[in-house]
Design a protein around this ligand. Sequence first.
Ligand code: ADP
Ligand code: MG
Length: 575
Amino acid sequence: MLKLYRFLKPYSVLVAGVLTFVFLQTLGDLYLPTLMSDIINDGVMQGDTGKILQIGGLMLLITGGGAVCAIIASFLSSKAAVRLGTVLRSNMFKRVESFSLHEFDKIGTATLITRTTNDITQIQMVTVMIMRMMIAAPMMAIGGIIMALQKDRQLTLVLAVAIPVLGCVIALIASRMIPLFKLVQVKIDKINLVLREKLTGIRVIRAFNTVEREAGRFDAANADLTNNYIKVNRIMAFMMPSIMLVMSLTSLSILWFGGIRVSRNSMDLGALFAFTQYAMQIMFSMLMLAMMFIMVPRAQAAALRINEVLDTVPEITDAETTKDVFDGRGFIEFKDVVFSYHGAEEPALRDISFSARPGEVTAIIGSTGSGKSTLINLIPRFYDVDSGSVLIDGVDVREISQEALRAKIGFVPQKAVLFSGSISANIKFGNDDATGEEIMHAVEVAQAAGFISEMDGGYEHEIAQGGANISGGQKQRLSIARALVRRPEVYIFDDSFSALDFKTDARLRGALRKEIADATVIIVAQRVGTVMDADRIIVLDEGRIAGMGTHRELLYNCEVYREIVSSQLSEEEYI
Ligand code: ADP
Ligand code: MG
């Protein structure tokens, strides 16, 4: 409840409105049976048409007023809930955006999606319910009992038996239902996870003929959720008839004992009628309370999961006082850097020290898994080092605001990611203010002009979600163009030439060299050909620097480099 309260606090005015109108409506509901009894006693029994019309008119008025109140309450409560949902969703989104990659690794994408959609919808639904029932249910229960007592004291003995019986039935059902409801969210997470993996990996799944196995995996998750719902529904199916049974037995007893009392003239017909209605109201209000007991824990589970995200403090945050003024142009320095991923036994990087100067090309080469991507991910501060430091223009990256830091960097990730939208919009992603000419120039340098002009629509050609409708090499070149229009001081290419043929690779690097001559350039590559002419080559091996120098120097003094070279080039090529 407290968790839910935290969400509702900003809407107290709307909530107060809802509560007021629900209060008025319930007041009317409680008064109606009494009027009914009057109409029977004073009107129908006496044959007094005037009285019938008078009381009947009043009843109509109260019913009408109740309807208006109900409409207003429902309008206000929907409004509060929808606003709450909107704000929650946007808060979640903002928080998730500020997560560092560690938090994504930790929480998981599938559950983040469920939490932002399904869980928030849950909260929204339950808030509406709680606002409507929180006042109505207890008021009806207590008010009903008081009114019933006024009508006839002896008949309330029937209620004294019926209410505990109904309470027991409800408690029994709720205690079985609540744990099942709590499981639902977890199971939906699981389905999302499997579905996401399946959809993103559909090509691999087909290629390896594992469609059936994957379908089985999905079916298992699906069946799990279905079974859970079936259990819930079985209990529900049992719940309605048993509650109806208790209620009908109660009405029967009231009519039975009430009938006896009426025939003995110790009770009038109107009171009996009103009493039956109050009994029903009391029992319905108990049902409402039960619903709350069942739904609230479910929403609470959702609230907990949402709070977990909102309360996760991103590991990487800006320092309190940031030094965003630099007297340099992207001079990068690693000093004794050690870094390990969460939960990994061994550090992914150890004792990394080197510097990369403006106007120079620094290349990093090494086998897969040697830590190349990990190393360059430290520069835009996607992760923080365990010890040592990464400096840019002499300032530790942890002391710079993330925005200022990343503004200096043009990053071309290993896995080229494009967004749905036109080609020019995708390139503009690097720099919103880029003019048409700048875009054209960047595309020219990135050797992408050729294939763009062949596409229908050219620059306005729509890229499908995830860049599914263009080739890997085309994606790489577009993401290079995207980094180029940014005109940053530091360029980082993470294996960005791997999908290009040798000729395009060579031409692109030739054009780049002229274009970004005064910037700091870091190129990660697998191919010796790509790094051969770099000013400095760093050879990474299992997270350590195995050698550093020019191609020629390394050939003489670095065994690891020699191995890489000899596995790729013939002897005449590399000397
Ligand atoms: P490279 O880019 O040289 O191929 P990486 O830097 O991607 O290598 O990976 C270096 C090591 O770190 C590998 O052993 C890999 O398993 C591990 N690693 C990479 N990313 C993560 C991650 N997000 N969480 C845990 N370990 C990771
Ligand atoms: Mg890599």
